[in-house]
Design a protein around this ligand. Structure first.
Ligand code: M6R
Length: 612
């Protein structure tokens, strides 16, 4: 999704802003631009494509004297990716310039109203409507802060915006409503951006703006107000503990590879302080004030939804909590959910900003549910709006394809299942619940085990990717807790390498999909050495009987006669998923890299999907 940055300080602003845009690249974009004031008029430079195209244009422009600027990376929503639609956009009288992330839902109506008044539009964007609306409001409210607030009050939808004025070239304004915006408090300089890495090089002091906050900032001071009535608001800055090193590639070819290899550390972080000294109890004090639910709904999108499907097995088997998993984009448009008092909703989101998941959280709250969040990004909207939040502590995930975040979500779901198992202790059921101490100790032994295995797995993934790189289609099959992993394997392959891939419950193959199998349509089967193995083995044989090639991912001394048998270290199911997951990730990574795809920023994708 779009990235925005505003800067006011003592340095040449344009390099600060373009550097910030590079740090926001991971969000996905198709054009970019910057604006600053020079010689009493706006200088707006925009380019379609990568930031290098913008930088080429900037090289020919005198930028050094400006110490206040704003920049934008655009992920097209209204209007094709083109220079005319790229931000910043200026008002008709060139007195104002704006950058915007989000969608103004009533922009057509506002555009018609402004057109009647004689405004003309040079782009198809909702953003150009907004900047002209501010100019129009200024006719009644000469003070820009008031005009800005008046216009925003008329805009429905989601936005994070930065605004500058030609006649006050050292000041920027910013506002937030349902889209991420973080304020950075520096020494003699201030920032506002869609994400912390955009300015982390300059300051670690941040303010997570709330929906309905509006800010006026110069190099020396900033003032925050409530959009509703322009009453001042005071937010205490917080200190970010991670540094740029955590958000950089550290010698890996891609962020994705780095993030796959970080998974052992991520698991260690997630476990830290969450196991009792005796090793028999999971500690989640964030949830101690909430009763364990009689039924749980888990709502999420994409990879986080796959984590939810995987976690359901553990929550049902270990904690005996019945679980219903919902796609946030579907859940938010169904009105048949009325929650009982002892039911609970868990929303899972790496970014904590996914529009559908955030909307689902709000709807669930309106309908009386207690909502807990499982998030990676500290201070994100979901984290702040949930009744309680469990942080996954995976650190910044830069690659658009989610990897370590899923590993950390799975770990947290396993901990949650063990935590609720203890809280729900029911003597009639306890004999059916697997012993906690055994699972806790297995979880603790995961990080070193995975750390030792990753390099060899990477090698196998590389070899197999070369062998199967010609395939245009792939099936991923799994049963039980491996079915969500099959879905995730297929998602990773398609989003990174653009090879069509489908994840299926292995038992469903013969109900239709098997018709597609031939010698050019390979199958990646997850066939672990567990009670479901004989059934998955039969499904593999059915595929082979139709000339389908099979990669079988297994973890035991199995008698599989697949075309390629990939043996990974043995772990008791369902924890074997923690080794299956990186195998699937590495295979997709190697496939995409071998095919020359843009691994960290696949086409058409955005890291944080902040539109519906
Ligand atoms: O930030 P979230 O976990 O809410 O994001 C959900 C999905 O947008 C995300 O997992 C997406 O599917 C990724 N591209 C997967 O790699």
């Amino acid at each position: 999704m779009c990235g925005i940055i505003g800067y006011a300080g003592c340095r040449p602003a344009v390099p600060v802003v373009t550097e910030g845009l590079h740090r926001l690249e991971y969000r996905g974009y198709d054009s970019a631009g910057v604006a600053f004031v020079r010689d009493r008029s706006f200088c707006v430079i925009r380019a379609k494509g990568r930031l290098s195209a913008l930088e080429e244009k900037l090289a020919a422009v005198q930028t050094a004297t400006s110490t206040c600027a704003m920049g934008h990376t655009r992920w097209a929503t209204h209007g094709v990716p083109a220079e005319r639609n790229a931000h910043p956009h200026c008002s008709n009288d060139n007195s104002l310039a704006i950058v915007h992330n989000g969608i103004i839902e009533n922009f057509q109506e506002l555009k018609a109203e402004l057109a009647e008044k004689g405004y003309v539009f040079h782009s198809e964007t909702d953003t150009e409507v907004l900047v002209n609306l501010i100019a129009e409001c200024r006719k009644d409210e000469p003070e820009l802060l008031r005009a800005f607030a008046a216009a925003l009050r008329r805009a429905h939808g989601a936005y994070a915006v930065c605004l500058m004025e030609r006649n006050a070239p050292d000041t920027f304004y910013a506002a937030r409503m349902s889209a991420p915006l973080i304020f950075g408090v520096g020494t003699g300089e201030n920032f506002a951006a869609s994400d912390i890495p955009a300015f982390l090089h300059y300051t670690r002091k941040v303010i997570f703006l709330d929906d309905g906050d509006i800010v006026q900032a110069t190099a020396k001071e900033y003032n925050m107000f409530r959009l509703e009535d322009l009453e001042p608001v005071a937010h205490e800055p917080q200190t970010v503990l991670w540094d740029m090193q955590a958000a950089q590639k550290s010698g890996y070819k891609h962020y994705m590879l780095k993030e796959i290899f970080e998974q052992p550390r991520v698991m260690t972080e997630a476990l830290a302080g969450r196991i009792s000294e005796q090793g028999d109890t999971v500690l989640l004090p964030e949830l101690d004030n909430l009763p364990a639910p009689a039924r749980l709904y888990i709502v999420a999108c994409g990879t986080s939804w796959h984590s939810a499907l995987w976690g359901r097995h553990l929550l049902e088997d270990w904690a005996r909590v019945p679980v219903q998993v919902e796609l946030a984009s579907e859940f938010r448009h169904r009105d048949n959910f009325l929650f009982k008092k002892d039911e609970m909703v868990l929303v899972i989101s790496q970014s904590g900003e996914t529009a559908d998941t955030l909307a689902a959280l709000r709807i669930a709250k309106e309908r009386g549910a207690t909502v807990i969040g499982l998030c990676n990004v500290i201070g994100s909207s979901i984290a702040r709006e949930a009744a309680a939040v469990l942080y996954t502590r995976a650190g910044p995930e830069i690659s658009v394809a989610s990897t370590k975040a899923m590993c950390s979500q799975m770990l947290m779901l396993a901990l949650l299942a063990l935590y609720w198992q203890a809280r729900r202790h029911n003597p009639d059921e306890s004999s059916r619940c697997p012993p906690r101490r055994q699972w806790i100790s297995a979880l603790v032994s995961l990080p070193p085990m995975l750390g030792d295995a990753l390099s060899a797995m990477h090698e196998t993934a590389r070899r197999l990717s070369r062998k199967y790189a010609q395939a245009r289609n792939f099936f991923y099959l799994g049963r039980g807790h491996c079915f969500p992993l099959a879905l995730e394997g297929a998602l990773k392959l398609k989003e990174l390498s653009y090879i069509h891939a489908e994840g299926y419950a292995a038992g469903e193959m013969k109900h239709g999909p098997i018709a597609l199998i031939d010698s050019a349509f390979p199958t990646f089967a997850i066939a672990l050495d567990d009670p479901l193995f004989p059934k998955t083995k039969s499904n593999i044989m059915e595929v082979q009987a139709r000339q389908g090639k099979v990669i079988a991912l297994t973890n035991g001394e199995t008698d599989l006669a697949a075309d390629d048998v990939w043996t990974i270290p043995r772990l008791p199911s369902p924890l074997a998923g923690f080794v299956v997951l990186p195998a699937l990730q590495l295979f997709s990574y190697e496939m995409a890299d071998y095919l020359g795809k843009d691994v960290d920023q696949p086409r058409n994708l955005a890291k944080s999907v902040t539109v519906e």
